[in-house]
Write a protein that binds this ligand. Structure first.
Ligand code: SF4
Length: 315
């Protein structure tokens, strides 16, 4: 499958939106199904750290059917059963989401990916991983697979500022993110996603807007933006309680206004996959905005119109 950059303004959106891109590519609604393949992460198993990233609690983004003791096929079948009630999608992407999904022996990785891709309803893979865990061997394999199927690697970049990456214990640098993204791009065919958290400790608005400038220089297709969420049981919870002054506390209104500033300087070719994330209420300490993702997206779209502005206006 060719990796194309689609500058999308046919649907009159003021930003390059993900659903329109998918509709154009597949001519139908496609749903991502989260998979927990039982991998771990070098930031948890002691290879890089035993302490994890300071904000990480994988329970906060794991749907109920994702349990590593179930096979990939079982998880896919249960996911389809769940989503087909909500959205009548016929096609699905297997989303290897939990932990680091390129962190295992290549034969184990191939076995898991191939189990997913051989399911009749799965038309591609989305693989979430860290930028320091992707060898050429796996990129060559995925690039080959991507000639026939949709393959996307989603990199946890999180910040472009190395002091922040150190502070949150990511145990990799922004230079490593850039190098891996370029290496992925050079292998051809693979779609590339990046993930950024807005509001990490010690970052001010200028730092965060600089992420938009830096990420715009990279050959990524998709960008996921998440507000920093303080999740129970994480290291950042203590920092948030003991040193609240190191955090920007976005109200919903100020976050929406800030996202618009971010969009204005972002490369208009980058497709925005997410503006916000939503962890289960029982795990979330802050922010408690009380709205669903789609309601926040609707507010962002209205605000763009009201301000007569758009993604890339000042790119
Ligand atoms: S956020 Fe990702 S890289 Fe960091 S500890 Fe959690 S699973 Fe590992």
């Amino acid at each position: 499958m060719n990796r194309t950059k689609i500058f999308n303004n046919e649907n009159k959106k003021l930003y390059n939106d993900f659903p329109s891109f998918f509709k154009k590519l597949f001519s139908q609604r496609v749903q991502k199904l989260s998979i927990n393949s039982g991998f771990t992460c070098p930031n948890r198993d002691g290879t890089k750290s035993l302490n994890a990233c300071s904000y990480c609690n994988n329970l906060s983004f794991r749907p109920f059917y994702c349990e590593p003791k179930k096979t990939i096929t079982e998880q896919i079948n249960e996911g389809i059963k769940f989503f087909s009630k909500k959205y009548p999608s016929k096609k699905y992407l297997a989303y290897f989401q939990s932990f680091t999904n390129t962190y295992a022996d290549i034969n184990i990785l191939k076995e898991k990916y191939e189990e997913a891709i051989s399911h009749k309803s799965i038309i591609g893979l989305v693989i979430g991983t860290r930028p320091d865990c992707v060898e050429d061997e796996i990129l060559n394999y995925l690039s080959d697979l991507a000639k026939k199927k949709f393959i996307s690697i989603e990199y946890g970049v999180e910040s472009t500022k190395n002091e922040t990456l150190k502070f949150i214990n990511r145990c990799h640098t922004f230079e490593e993110s850039k190098e891996t993204i370029m290496r992925t791009y050079e292998k051809k065919n693979i779609y590339i996603g990046a993930h950024l958290i807005l509001g990490l400790p010690n970052e001010n608005e200028i730092d965060i807007l600089n992420h938009a400038k830096e990420i715009s220089k990279l050959p990524i297709n998709f960008l996921k933006l998440h507000q920093l969420q303080i999740i129970k049981g994480t290291k950042i919870e203590n920092q948030f309680m003991n040193n609240p002054e190191i955090f920007i506390k976005f109200s919903l209104e100020s976050y929406i206004n800030f996202v618009i500033k971010f969009l204005e300087i972002l490369n208009p070719n980058i497709i925005i996959e997410r503006f916000v994330s939503q962890s289960p209420r029982n795990l979330l300490i802050s922010p408690l905005w009380g709205l669903k993702n789609f309601e926040i997206i609707d507010k962002i779209e209205k605000k763009l119109k009201e301000k007569n502005t758009w993604q890339g206006k000042f790119f």
